[in-house]
Design a protein around this ligand. Structure first.
Ligand SMILES: [Zn+2]
Ligand SMILES: [Zn+2]
Length: 332
């Protein structure tokens, strides 16, 4: 089969012919990839930023935002059958550890992460397991939802945690309405009665946020100090982290989703205002299932550009150069 493999860090991946994976374990699910989202993390992988963290052996197949159709299943699989359209939770989890038993898939003690630490989905076939697959509702196509498997899931997970805090009358500030942020805005509007203010220096992003129904858009956070019950920071660097915390009101919560910067705050400022700083990592299977419900209802839509699998490097160039509005999707 054709697959996009990284051979050496610092070099672009190539499209190779490699042997097809096959069902081995009783809970394995083999998926014909219908679409694989291209993520900024893929650029970071190729640059070698993840090399030490994952220790993955090269060459290997990247692609961690996947959807497609089931081709074959192991003997014990009962939740999907060949032919079903599915989206894949990005992790392959065990189901037996404490985190899995709490529904907290991301912190599974025995997980693999296809596309990060094992072969991923920028290929014709991908091997996962029964716990990772969610059947798509009629009308949802793999190419339309693939990037929700990671980018969308991460945004949804943060919003889901913020929902109980955002009672009617509160304000939520969203910093950054790009790939993740524009999903976050749609989730907020679908699930809360909060006033949603988007802060983004990009005019294009502000236009998109307005189109999606944000109540107010601003180029900067000036004048918003101490105003937000919740701040969702999809940037997390270049000063956003300082502004985000400042915009959070007393007893409010600052959610860190984007990353790269650092937070330095006198502890007395935290206790005297009782503000919370909350980290967010991907999302659970149930989060993804709920997000698929919003997608099926038409309440969450991704802006995408489709490329054939063989054009992976063109897509990466476009992403790298900021020429890619929305999300790049590779179709094998
Ligand atoms: Zn991703
Ligand atoms: Zn587990």
């Amino acid at each position: 089969m054709k697959a996009v493999r990284v051979h050496a860090y610092g070099k672009r991946p190539s499209v190779d012919d490699i042997p097809e994976p096959a069902v081995q374990g009783p809970l394995d699910v083999l998926v014909e990839v219908g679409a694989a989202g291209l993520c900024r993390t893929d650029l970071h992988i190729v640059e070698g930023q993840w090399a030490e963290k994952t220790g993955v052996a090269l060459p290997y197949v990247i692609g961690h935002e996947n959807a497609g159709w089931v081709r074959a299943v192991g003997d014990a699989v009962t939740n999907v059958a060949p032919g079903d359209a599915v989206i894949l939770h990005p992790l392959v989890t065990c189901g037996l550890c404490r985190a899995c038993r709490s529904g907290d898939d991301v912190h599974c003690e025995n997980a693999t992460f296809p596309g990060i630490d094992t072969d991923g989905g920028m290929a014709e076939l991908l091997l996962t397991n029964a716990r990772a697959v969610i059947k798509l509702a009629d009308g949802l196509e793999p190419k339309d939802v693939a990037a929700l498997a990671d980018a969308g899931l991460t945004a949804y997970h943060a919003v889901r945690k913020a929902v109980p805090l955002l009672y009617p009358g509160t304000t939520c500030v969203v910093i950054g309405a790009g790939g993740l942020g524009h999903i976050g805005v749609q989730c907020l509007l679908a699930m809360t009665a909060a006033r949603v203010i988007v802060v983004d220096p990009s005019e294009r992003a502000r236009e998109l946020a307005t189109e999606l129904g944000a109540h107010e858009v601003r180029a900067t956070g000036d004048g918003l100090d101490g105003s937000a019950q919740v701040v969702l920071d999809f940037v997390g660097e270049r000063g956003a982290e300082k502004q985000g915390l400042a915009m959070t009101r007393r007893a409010g919560s600052y959610f860190v989703i984007g990353y790269g910067g650092s937070i330095d705050i006198p502890t007395i400022d935290l206790i005297s205002t009782e503000r919370n700083i909350i980290g967010n990592l991907v999302g659970s299977y149930n989060d993804l299932d709920e997000l698929m419900t919003l997608a099926a209802q038409g309440k969450v839509k991704l802006h995408t550009k489709i490329y054939p699998l063989a054009a992976v490097n063109e897509a990466m160039d476009d992403l790298d150069a900021g020429r890619l509005p929305g999300r790049g999707i590779l179709v094998p």
